[in-house]
Write a protein that binds this ligand. Structure first.
Ligand code: NDP
Length: 619
């Protein structure tokens, strides 16, 4: 230890030294171990007995010997005396599951004082609120395999508690035996802390790190995405859709728009909206928002699918020619694109009136184009009708299946077949399984990034209403004009591949979703996880211990299986799998970034334990 002192003359306490650390915002001291020191910010990173890490100033740290000395000297006035005696039953790290500060974080954010204050405030409030929880963690913060805790909601609820509530809780738990003066002082300081939280949160809710190439990138994407759809559909219509045939001949402008097609599109959209409003299916709560509130969602996507199937069946029964969709495919895509643009403008305009707390964490930069693209408001609703949630799973996703069916019928009609081709059957059934699975497990979408992080703007509106139905159905569209023969053994191999992908995708998503919904579920007791400062755990066994995004791996395997029935003559039907790999690699990087911010040291530990992101031993 003396060695360390020699090496670091600017600091009083050495790494590894066990000292008494003041619990931020309070007068309570607890036994902590110094883990590192930042020369620039002059902050010590200390670890509490339960593994909580915080950055403390030197003035908030005392040696143990000085404490023992004071304890024996004084019997009434020293606040620390009472604190030390309380520390065994009321370790601050136990109840405090707000964000903790790791050494690397403290270095990274040494200039971000606001953030530091907020973190310590959260810790403090929770320490004062939940003093009697049992300590079941090990000192080094590594997971106890069966530890189950999820207090993120407590943190959020706590942020909302009015001052009076804080006073009540303070009185109830911790300060009863202290002098009245001290008590008032502490309550007063808590009030101030609480007010500071509100101010800081307001000040820091702006999006500072821009994604998708920032303002220029998002501006270009607004044109590039529709142009890509347009290009893919034109190419697919070509007899020879090879890349050498670029650019495809452009159609006459007036042929791109037909009022009747737009009318059919509107009818489809509002029919799906009507189905989603039917009072059938259970109502569930989403994850807590930043203000602690939980929105309610009606889970009836699968019923909407059944009703749609019945409606389409009726149309077919009355000889309605569904290949109308194929004949006017480009016009439908243009109608959907026009609608998504109008919807995005509406969403942006209404978001300008939305309260700050309802804005999306990723779409509140203050730059019009960026916020318009990424989505300014997190959960735009008209009454109880959630526009983002509706668009994510209904018109586009169910529309994709209907388009595939139309392609199947068009293939039969154009090629005079009494049966669809085997390749068309494979594509249709694989993608039908994917959509039905998404609707059957509709609730799982509530924990995805799209719902919890991304706002509803052009990116999701265009993605849900245009990209998904018109690009994801590209293989079926391709097969109509480019029949491909697949032998039975090849079909069997592709089917097995699809089911392997599906199995990984489904079990990984369910594992995480069930764990997030109920970490105490006895069925998940075999899984190990790393506890994090937010109260949520990070699974390190099961699928999430295999790679960091097993669900993406399964999804990519399925994407390949959807393209293979189209043979190897052209790369066009492989557009989906190529694009999807790029999308998921980019998405993984975004998620990684968010998780690093959310979980700090625990995330780094998780990455050490699970080094591969999507593809084992490759990436
Ligand atoms: P994920 O479902 O992969 O969720 C990522 C989140 O999971 C993280 O932010 C984190 O959130 C949590 N998490 C990460 N690691 C762990 C762990 N070890 N233990 C527990 N929780 C962990 O994100 P997506 O929304 O991107 O994907 C959902 C599904 O949708 C995937 O199957 C994906 O393939 C699919 N998808 C399909 C698309 C398509 O167009 N077909 C497009 C995009 C996605 P927290 O800790 O906050 O819970």
């Amino acid at each position: 230890m003396l060695d360390s002192f020699w090496k670091m003359p600017n600091r009083r306490f050495a790494d590894g030294e066990v000292v008494m650390g003041r619990w931020p915002g309070s007068v309570l001291y607890y036994e902590v171990q110094v883990t590192s020191y930042d020369d620039v910010s002059h902050l010590y990173t200390v670890k509490y007995k339960d593994g909580t890490e915080l950055a403390l100033k030197e003035s908030d740290i005392r040696s143990q010997s000085s404490f023992k000395h004071r304890k024996s000297q004084s019997s009434s006035s020293s606040p620390s005396r009472r604190s030390t005696s309380r520390s065994r039953s009321r370790s601050p790290g136990r109840p405090a599951k707000g964000r903790r500060r790791s050494s690397s974080q403290s270095r990274e954010h040494k200039d971000d004082k606001k953030k530091t204050i907020q973190e310590t405030i959260q810790e403090t409030n929770l320490a004062l609120l939940k003093p009697s929880e049992n300590n079941t963690r090990r000192y080094n913060g590594e997971p106890d395999s069966t530890e189950r805790n999820d207090t993120s909601s407590i943190i959020l609820e706590q942020k909302l508690k009015p001052d009076l509530e804080i006073e009540r809780v303070l009185e109830q738990y911790s300060l009863r035996s202290r002098e009245e003066e001290k008590k008032k002082e502490e309550i007063y300081s808590e009030k101030k802390i609480f007010e500071t939280i509100k101010t800081i949160e307001k000040a820091s809710s702006k999006t500072k790190e821009l994604e998708f190439g920032g303002r220029i990138g998002t501006f270009m994407l607004i044109f590039f995405l529709p142009a890509t759809v347009f290009y893919l559909l034109l190419m697919c219509k070509q007899d020879d859709p090879s890349l050498m045939n670029f650019p495809p001949p452009l159609p006459a402008l007036e042929s791109l728009w037909e009022a009747r097609v737009f009318g059919v599109f509107l009818l489809w959209f509002f029919l799906q909206a009507l189905f989603s409003l039917l009072p059938i299916g259970k109502v569930v709560e989403g994850l807590p928002l930043s203000n602690g509130r939980k929105l309610q969602y009606r889970i009836n996507g699968f019923y909407a699918f059944i009703l749609t199937a019945a409606a389409i069946g009726t149309l077919l029964y009355f000889q309605f020619e569904l290949h109308y969709l194929y004949d006017h495919f480009m016009q439908f895509a243009v109608s959907a694109a026009a609608f998504s643009m109008v919807l995005s403008i509406y969403l942006y305009v209404r978001s300008l009136k939305a309260p700050e707390e309802e804005l999306a964490p990723g779409g509140n930069s203050g730059y019009l184009v960026y916020d318009f693209f990424t989505g300014h408001e997190l959960n735009p609703r008209i009454g109880s009708f959630d526009l983002k949630y509706f668009c994510e799973l209904r018109p586009g996703l169910i529309g994709w299946v209907v388009i595939n069916l139309a392609m199947l019928l068009a293939e039969m009609k154009i090629h005079n077949q009494s049966m669809p081709s085997l390749s068309m059957i494979l594509v249709n059934s694989f993608q039908l399984l994917y959509v039905v699975d998404a609707l059957w497990n509709e609730e799982a979408i509530l924990t995805t990034m799209d719902i919890t992080h991304d706002g509803f703007g052009f990116m999701l509106a265009f993605g849900d209403l245009v990209w998904v139905p018109f690009v994801y159905s590209l293989q079926a569209f391709y097969l109509v004009g480019h029949p491909t023969v697949v032998s039975w053994p090849v079909a069997a191999a592709i089917t097995i591949l699809n089911f392997i992908g599906y199995y990984i995708f489904r079990s990984a998503n369910s594992q995480k979703n069930n764990f997030r919904r109920n970490p105490a579920d006895p069925k998940l007791a075999y899984l190990k996880f790393i506890p994090t400062a937010t109260g949520k755990g990070l699974l390190v066994t099961g699928w999430w211990g295999f790679v960091r995004h097993p669900n993406y791996l399964g999804d990519i395997i399925m994407a390949l299986a959807w393209s293979l029935p189209c043979g190897f003559n052209h790369i066009l039907p492989y557009f989906y799998v190529i694009y999807f790999i790029c999308l998921l690699i980019h998405r993984e990087a975004r998620d990684e970034h968010h998780c690093k911010q959310k979980y700090g040291l625990a995330w780094e530990r998780y990455c050490q334990r699970v080094p591969y992101r999507i593809f084992p031993y490759i990436y």
